[in-house]
Design a protein around this ligand. Structure first.
Ligand code: G6P
Length: 369
């Protein structure tokens, strides 16, 4: 097994580093730059069908659910499609409103998660067409769906999902561009520019991966903490949720992800000098508001660490340590800003000496309820 880690101490570390390569593989052959179009091999949609859909219901669990939350912003913005993102374990036991004009999209790394599979069956029973984004060819969920876009991340061994997440985001983006073109909400020019941004991402990811050592001081601090709060807004809100999930899964430190605008409705009561607050403060439409949140935390003695856009001296000045990422369009920014948070969780867990790849009580794929 040591050999398969290719010199990395843990699979999770190897898999974090593999993300630029995984993204290249996921995108390869699928972006048709000249035509401003996308080839979704395995997930064919006709223009008729794309126009007939009245809503998209995304079902997933865990990290895949967080990818779905990011996907909502993509679908709404690019395809002007109403989207609901459902926890599969909730959806399957509700009386959900689903009909023949609903497209159900399941997201699953393993393709074997019992709740997600059951949610797909339930959506189909109610008349929806079901498709999936999945990493394992021929697994149960793709078998139940009429189309699947594979993430091509390669085998993911670490229980805490990393490269599956970022490749799911890339697939969601491809699907959103495709739906936007088919539904006539996205011009060819606009699609071209979105797709070229996507093609730029692996190089940007490389840059962020090279900055791994910058998270060490933050990891040392978080390793001492009892609780850690993650804040983000817009497309960075799901990244805050995912950053908190990564940290609690492998370091066993209690962590919460929150929409920055909701801080005043609860989490602000937790802020004191012992609480590290990790803020996703990259440039995006409401980012000035996020800077305001950083000032509020500082004013209460909290410790602010931030992920900021490269060259944003002002945002950096509001944090004790600022981790920088290249400035990507907001819909794609999560693919970059999650990397420092994956490294953070990894190094906190490594400092604490926990079993990074096999955290207690967790399973890589949950095939029972
Ligand atoms: C388990 C794993 C998580 C994963 C979730 C959903 O809880 O530990 O990493 O996000 O299942 O798995 P799936 O394979 O459906 O994406």
């Amino acid at each position: 097994v040591a050999a398969e880690k290719e010199g990395h101490k843990h699979f999770m570390h190897k898999e974090i580093h593999e993300q630029p390569r995984a993204l290249v593989d996921t995108v390869r052959g699928r972006t048709l730059l000249e035509e401003g179009d996308v080839a979704l091999d395995g997930l064919e949609l006709s223009a008729d069908e794309a126009q007939r859909i009245s809503r998209l219901v995304i079902v997933a669990c865990g990290t895949s659910w967080h990818a779905g939350l990011c996907g909502r912003y993509m679908m709404e913005t690019l395809a002007r499609l109403p989207v609901e993102v459902e926890l599969a374990s909730e959806f399957r036991y509700r009386d959900p409103i689903v009909d023949e004009r609903t497209l159900c999209l399941a997201i699953s790394q393993s393709g074997e998660t019992a709740d997600t599979l059951a949610a797909v069956k339930e959506a189909k029973r109610r008349g929806a067409r079901a498709v999936s984004i999945c990493n394992v060819v021929g697994s149960a969920i793709p078998r139940e769906c009429s189309g699947t876009l594979y993430t091509r991340a390669g085998p993911e061994i670490g229980v805490a999902s990393t490269k599956a997440f970022t490749t799911q985001l890339a697939c969601l983006f491809l699907l959103a561009v495709k739906l936007g073109r088919l539904r006539g909400t996205l011009s060819m020019e606009a699609a071209r520019s979105h797709l070229s941004a996507l093609r730029q991402l692996p190089a940007w990811m490389e840059q962020v991966v090279r900055q791994e050592p910058a998270v060490l001081p933050v990891a040392k601090r978080c390793a001492q903490a009892r609780d850690v709060l993650f804040l983000g807004r817009g497309s960075q809100y799901p990244v805050a949720l995912e950053g908190a999930l990564k940290l609690k899964e492998i370091s066993y430190i209690h962590a919460e992800g929150y929409a920055a605008g909701e801080m005043k409705h609860g989490p602000i009561a937790l802020v004191d000098e012992n609480l590290p607050v990790i803020v996703l403060a990259t440039r995006e439409p409401a980012y000035e508001k996020t800077l305001g949140n950083m000032e509020e935390v500082r004013a209460r003695g909290g410790q602010v660490y931030a992920v900021v856009s490269e060259g944003d001296v002002h945002a950096a000045s509001l944090a004790q340590v600022a981790l920088t990422v290249p400035e990507a369009p907001p819909l794609l920014a999560p693919l970059l800003s999650i990397l420092p948070l994956q490294f953070l969780a990894y190094h906190v867990a490594d400092l604490k000496g926990t079993d990074v790849d096999q955290p207690r009580n967790l399973a890589k794929s949950v095939t029972v309820e």
